[in-house]
Design a protein around this ligand. Structure first.
Ligand SMILES: [Zn+2]
Ligand SMILES: [Zn+2]
Length: 295
């Protein structure tokens, strides 16, 4: 599998020099296995991916699959600028969580409604099919894909992708499981603690042994207490997940829009120290727009 990072910024794009090293486009990843391409999320990074797809003379009649972790703006806002979507010969299947009173098609059409955007979803001439996630797994070409619900406001999932003996996990947006209970009940009972630990261990199992974990690590540990309930993880939590799941490599992602390149460098340095303190052999770096990782 070849994974390319087209966008790794969280929340809102951050153009400009202070963020130019890690990049300013919001979340979009591409995974290629043989001649199968799967795109994860449609943040603003998908605009350049769309241009690359057209420049490479890709056969657009072969269906491309797009898997959404969830439909918050920073994961769908690039879609109206995805040029292959305007090609009548192109075929796409967009997969995502169902459970809202709105369908995926409706959610994506709504962000292109006339009060927000001049071009409606109907103007995208590609053959676009929308699908909820099936129970169990999804097979796309040589990739077997499973998913798990994450702790994030609204419906959100993370994906585990396996192909040819290699595996990676993309968590999408995720916050430590502790938050919802704390919010509702104040102090936690021993039972609550055990419940939360079981949920964390299920996530550890989901990530177990992967070659690459691309995880939400938006906040520093110092920032997190002021953002509980916002749906994102502090550095030490991302580190604990990577270490307990014994992943080979972790990419910290969904960089906070207020974190310039120097701050992200500091977060990565701290994560490496924490991993070393835990005796983990996991390699750690910050997700960087344009990076390609071969598994
Ligand atoms: Zn996000
Ligand atoms: Zn989100």
């Amino acid at each position: 599998m070849i994974i390319t990072v087209w966008g790794c910024r969280g929340s809102i794009p951050t153009p400009g020099r202070p963020t130019s090293s890690y990049g300013g486009n919001t979340m979009c990843l591409e995974c290629q296995a043989g001649d199968t391409r799967v795109i994860f999320d449609m943040g603003t990074g998908i605009r350049e991916l769309g241009q690359a797809i057209l420049a490479n003379g890709t056969d657009l009649t072969r269906p491309t699959h797009i898997l959404l972790s969830h439909t918050h703006w920073d994961h769908i806002q690039g879609f109206p600028f995805f040029d292959p979507g305007f090609r009548p010969e192109a075929r796409f299947t967009i997969h995502g969580c169902e459970g809202y009173p709105w369908t995926l098609a409706q959610i994506l059409a709504d962000q292109m409604a006339i009060q927000y955007f001049p071009v409606s979803l109907d103007h995208m001439e590609a053959d676009i099919d929308f699908k909820g996630l099936p129970p169990g797994h999804l097979d796309i070409g040589p990739m077997r894909i499973t998913y798990m619900h994450m702790n994030h406001p609204g419906l959100a999932v993370g994906y585990r992708v396996e192909s040819n003996g290699r595996a990676f996990v993309y968590t999408g947006d995720h916050e430590p499981f502790r938050e919802p209970l704390l919010d509702k009940r104040g102090a936690l009972s021993a039972e609550d603690e055990a419940y939360l630990e079981r949920r964390f261990q299920a996530l550890v199992d989901f990530c177990r042994g992967v070659d690459l974990l691309i995880t939400d690590a938006q906040y520093t540990d110092e920032e997190y207490p002021d953002h509980i309930g916002w749906g994102h993880s502090p550095t030490s939590y991302a580190v604990r997940l990577a270490a307990e799941a014994r992943v080979k490599r972790v990419l910290l992602s969904h960089h906070d829009p207020d974190h310039n390149d120097t701050v992200v460098d500091e977060i990565v340095a701290r994560a490496r120290r924490l991993l070393s303190d835990l005796g983990a052999e996991t390699e750690c770096s910050g997700a960087r727009e344009g990076a390609t990782i071969e598994l």
